[in-house]
Design a protein around this ligand. Structure first.
Ligand SMILES: [Zn+2]
Length: 287
């Protein structure tokens, strides 16, 4: 069968924003709102939602930059949820779709530019900005562990929308271009919630503990999987209450806010990941 190419405008996908996604394995304790699709934003750090067709056919698979993306069943058919990397260039991008009958399709969608502000941070511990050789050994090990955690995905969708995981002051600094002690570093891949040390952190949806670790930059941290490669990440914690392999329920305490790793004060760094890329957590928050 030939490959068809579909082009859609972002406004088309945006109309799907309020669709309910019905998932057969939904927890009875989780409200349907937690299965509402995330908000659409066709920019670096945003989420694209692509229509994959009828719901009565077998579940198709889709890849973006050769990485499998989340595919969820809604009452209007299958939808692919595509995390757009902060490094993505504005312009047309392609989602590759594979149907179970052997047919395939290419769906092109447009990514618009977004200007994220600069953020300048002063870190007292200079080794956290310019690590020494011993630190670098640990950092390389951390990077492997992080890459492995981000690769993890399980099939069952446990949630698509999140509660705020901790009480505190939310920053909207996702995507900001960061300078530590005047040196350019990676953009900010999450939302910071300022709160005193010891503030409880709760699972924002049902999930699975992929990894619990202590990294050079992130400090004590947890990766939760919510199905189909949708993940949440919690960093700089003072205390971790869960272990890899455990399942967690929405609202369950998973740890406490702290100031471990590279920080200027106690806060929760919270990231949301899709197809191994960090996207804006605000697109997933339940109001
Ligand atoms: Zn942060």
């Amino acid at each position: 069968m030939g490959i068809s190419v579909i082009r859609s405008l972002r406004f088309f996908s945006a109309t799907l924003l309020f669709c309910l996604a019905f998932v057969s394995t939904a927890s009875t304790e989780t409200k349907p709102d937690h299965f509402r699709l995330p908000s659409v934003q066709h920019t670096p750090g945003g989420v694209a939602i692509i229509d994959l067709g009828e719901a009565d056919a077998a579940t198709p698979t889709a890849t973006f930059n050769d990485i499998p993306v989340a595919v969820v069943k809604t009452n209007h058919g299958y939808r692919a949820l595509v995390g757009i990397p902060l490094s993505a260039k504005p312009g047309w991008h392609t989602l590759k779709i594979q149907y179970t009958d052997g047919a395939s399709a290419l769906h092109e969608f447009e990514i618009e530019s977004k200007d994220y502000p600069e953020q300048h941070i002063t870190i007292q511990n200079k080794r956290q900005v310019n690590p020494n050789e011993t630190d670098m050994v640990r950092i390389r090990k951390d990077r492997t562990s992080i890459a492995n955690a981000k690769r993890y995905r399980h099939k069952t969708t446990l949630g698509l929308r999140f509660d705020v995981p901790a009480e505190g002051i939310q920053s909207s600094s996702f995507g900001s271009r960061r300078f530590f002690n005047k040196q350019a570093r990676n953009p900010h891949g999450g939302m910071d919630i300022a709160a005193p040390e010891g503030t409880p952190i709760y699972a924002p949806a049902d999930g699975y503990v992929i990894e619990a670790a202590d990294y050079f930059f992130s400090g004590k941290c947890i990766f939760l999987g919510h199905g189909q490669g949708l993940q949440t990440f919690y960093a700089h914690m003072s205390k971790i209450d869960v272990q890899p392999g455990e399942t967690v329920k929405r609202g369950q305490k998973i740890g406490e806010v702290g100031a471990t790793g590279r920080v200027t004060g106690a806060h929760l760094h919270w990231s949301v990941g899709l197809n191994r890329t960090w996207v804006d957590p605000e697109l997933f928050l339940l109001e």
